[in-house]
Design a binder for this molecule. Structure first.
Ligand SMILES: C[S@@+](CC[C@H](N)C(=O)[O-])C[C@H]1O[C@@H](n2cnc3c(N)ncnc32)[C@H](O)[C@@H]1O
Length: 196
């Protein structure tokens, strides 16, 4: 996605609620790619321990390199997040531009599995693309999203072809959205959800 010149905006979206995460202690970061968010999280919060899970060995290698100064607070696992069974309790889950790689059914499976491993007051940080419900930006967002899915299908064989309705699934799982910020006229969102 950085390739499409969203670069600085993507990172602003990932980092939008970083300062809200200073109370968190144990994070599960799914599909973090090359670790830009994980590095910033570990740097901002010296108490934080991160378990990063990604399908790609190359991405995890970059992530570990980027997070070298914080290696004592980082664990990585190369796995399909859908098959990953946590063996610890997390008070934070972070999914940046990752849920859009999954179908709504797969996100539902992920949420149901992870719920068992989240603390009572756990939070879930989501960055993603969205198609706003209305306004002039809606057709532009729809076009951008379709183009990105087509490009990723070609380049990576991505099977997902539409944005999953993760918000309904998090709500159904007993979480509420407590912070929300949009970028690029509403095409990018950063949301912080809290378990009730
Ligand atoms: C679009 S990239 C997003 C990377 C990063 N989170 C960011 O904000 O730029 C999606 C990442 O999710 C990983 N990924 C895709 N499907 C996955 C799966 N089922 N389980 C674990 N990781 C997956 C990819 O390897 C890639 O690193």
């Amino acid at each position: 996605m950085e390739w499409f010149s969203f670069g600085p905006l993507l990172h602003r979206t990932r980092s939008a609620w970083l300062r809200e995460l200073l109370e968190s202690r144990s994070a599960l970061v799914l599909g973090d790619g090359d670790g830009r968010f994980t590095r910033d999280l570990l740097s901002a919060n010296p108490q934080m321990h991160v378990h990063a899970v990604d399908l790609s060995a190359a991405m995890l290698q970059e992530l570990r390199l980027r997070c070298t100064p914080y290696a004592n607070r980082l664990v990585t696992t190369q796995a399909n997040a859908l098959n990953f069974v946590p063996d610890a309790a997390y008070d934070l889950v972070a999914t940046h531009f990752f849920l859009d790689c999954l179908s709504t059914t797969e996100v539902e499976q992920l949420v149901q599995t992870l719920l068992l491993s989240l603390t009572d007051n756990a939070r879930w940080l989501v960055s993603d693309f969205q198609i706003p419900q209305q306004g002039a930006i809606r057709p532009i967002a729809a076009l951008v999203t379709r183009t990105l899915y087509a490009a990723f299908r070609l380049l990576t064989g991505l099977r997902a072809n539409r944005l999953p309705d993760y918000a309904s699934l998090l709500q159904r799982a007993g979480m509420v959205c407590i912070r929300r910020r949009v970028f690029l006229g509403g095409i990018l969102i950063s949301e912080l959800w809290q378990r009730l």
